[in-house]
Design a binder for this molecule. Structure first.
Ligand code: FES
Length: 204
């Protein structure tokens, strides 16, 4: 990795999709996105606007909160996140959710099954936003949902996608459809009634 007068020597330790990384020399201005795309095999996060506006680079950041003694999970625009700021954190990209080798995540399946993307450039970021909404919904003190359902409400999932929706040249309906059906599809699949690869017509 390139060195200059402004490089720092303290080692950064973090994980990406469960894989440990230790970086001893890095330019302070290196972003998480630059690192992901240049030094890891995880290239799902993309560079588009480069200024936090489009969501194509969104990843999930998990960080231990010593005050609450819990792990906080939230999305970040990796194009604006300096690598030096993620020491001790865990990063999840769309490849960490699922991939061709290990199988796709239900979120991937829903986006694909309902044709919720056009070119697909920003879809990985949308998947991560929705995944973050799912993860955080499970932490909310609410009555337990029926088996196979999430605590996530459609309105909350929609908010999680608003940034990407506003930036994408897409119809909103196809994007919200995976959100609407995700909860009910999970239980249907668990029961073996409907395989994920099969498209399902859902009445409005
Ligand atoms: S590239 Fe557009 S938000 Fe990061």
């Amino acid at each position: 990795m390139e060195q200059s007068e402004s490089t720092v020597n303290n080692s950064l330790v973090f994980a990406v999709n469960g894989k440990r990384f230790e970086v001893s020399t890095i330019h302070p201005s290196t972003t998480l996105l630059e690192f992901l795309r240049s030094h890891t095999p995880f290239k799902g996060a993309k560079l588009s606007c480069g200024e936090g506006g489009c969501g194509a680079c969104v990843v999930l950041l998990s960080k231990y909160n010593p005050v609450l003694d819990q792990v906080d999970d939230f999305t970040v625009s990796s194009c604006l996140t300096l690598l030096c700021s993620i020491n001790g954190c865990s990063i999840t990209t769309t490849e960490g959710l699922g991939n061709t080798k290990d199988g796709f995540h239900p979120i991937h399946e829903r986006f694909s099954g309902f044709h919720a993307s056009q070119c697909g450039f920003c879809t990985p970021g949308m998947c991560m936003s929705l995944f973050s909404a799912l993860v955080n919904a499970e932490k909310i003190l609410r009555p337990e949902p029926p088996l196979g359902f999430s605590k996530l409400k459609v309105s909350e999932a929609g908010k999680g996608l608003l940034q990407e929706i506003s930036a994408a040249v897409l119809g909103i309906a196809p994007l919200l459809m995976p959100v609407k059906v995700l909860q009910q599809m999970l239980i249907w699949r668990i029961w073996g009634l409907i395989p994920f690869g099969e498209r399902v017509i859902v009445k409005k």
